[in-house]
Design a protein around this ligand. Structure first.
Ligand code: C5P
Length: 308
């Protein structure tokens, strides 16, 4: 008789937040989504997801944002685990523990990160060694940003964001993130951009030469100048005070600043680590935002840190 492979006790995965260095939004599609051309960039602000065998499906969220995350149905990580388990025809409930450092409803794709982290963690716990194509097809069903959280690095996103192609760029970048006390709803921000652009011609989105050249060369000044987000206008319309945050960062020496995704987090690019530290203290002194935090990028996507 063959020896049984030992059952793993628990698997822990680390998964990063994302910024959008470029986010160009096309017209609303018939299915309610918008075609995008975006540059995703994974930064060193991580959620940690641990999965272990349990008698029933459970999710526990730890940390300062735990009260903002549903602990039962409607939790995207739980949905991810159940989706993989039913795809594989397994009946093996798990407990998912999410140690959350990525702010919620912040434009940083924290919920998508947790879903991607859970797919990778359950894949390892259950010894599946799934093809990447399988994880990608499940990720796509869970949300538009989940595929990128599997990939990490810097990547072009197209379709509704789920089609991801890595960018061969140079350079490591120093970012300063300014978060807000209150999140913004992604559907509300997309609805607001539709309202604001109702009388405008909206072109099909495609990557800009300026952004591609900046990433290829690793020119931090050019990258600062190329940051762009079509949703920023909508986020500012819903949250005018974000204009003060953007102005404060530029006054304090950032090379560029942009609302990330649907906001309200604002990301500033600093010339180097020293300038990033200066920017953190200047913005903290200025009293803007809820949290002022340094993060570097690009970093890897969802990866196992213990349990295998
Ligand atoms: O895919 P995800 O669940 O993250 O999307 C959340 C919401 O954001 C969608 O229901 C839609 O309103 C909006 N969205 C969009 N176009 C995209 C991505 C998201 O309109 N490309």
């Amino acid at each position: 008789m063959l020896p049984m492979s030992p059952r793993r006790e628990a698997v822990t995965v680390r998964v990063p937040a994302k910024l959008n260095l470029e986010l160009l939004v096309g017209p609303r599609r018939d299915d309610g989504y918008h075609d995008l051309s975006t540059v995703f960039h994974a930064v060193s602000l991580f959620d940690t997801v641990t999965v272990e065998d349990a008698d029933e499906w459970q999710v526990e969220v730890l940390g300062p944002y735990s009260h903002l995350v549903p602990a039962g149905d409607g939790n995207l990580a739980l949905e991810a685990a159940r989706l993989l388990s039913s795809w594989e025809g397994l009946d093996r409930p798990a407990k998912i523990t999410i140690d959350k450092a990525i702010p919620v409803a912040a434009g940083l794709a924290g919920g998508s990160a947790d879903a991607a982290g859970t797919l990778v963690a359950c894949d390892a716990l259950w010894g599946l060694d799934s093809d990447r194509a399988v994880l990608d097809s499940l990720a796509e069903r869970l949300g538009s940003d989940v595929n990128f959280a599997l990939t990490g690095g810097t990547a072009i996103g197209s379709g509704r964001g789920e089609r991801v192609a890595p960018v061969l760029g140079r350079g490591r970048y120093e970012w300063v993130l300014v978060t807000s006390d209150e999140g913004l709803s992604t559907p509300a921000v997309f609805a607001e951009i539709d309202r604001l652009r109702a009388d405008r011609d909206v072109p099909d989105p495609e990557p800009t030469p300026a952004m591609m050249a900046a990433l290829r060369s690793g020119d931090v000044v050019a990258l600062g100048a190329a940051l762009v987000n079509d949703l920023q206008e909508a986020a500012l319309s819903l949250r005018p005070e974000l204009g003060d945050v953007l102005a404060a960062g530029m006054e304090c020496g950032a090379l560029g600043g942009v609302v990330s995704g649907s906001g309200p987090t604002v990301a500033f690019l600093a010339e180097n680590t020293e300038r990033a530290l200066d920017l953190v203290s200047a913005l903290t002194d200025a009293g803007v935002g809820a949290l002022v935090k340094r993060a570097g990028g690009p970093v890897h996507g969802a990866h196992v840190v213990s349990g295998t």
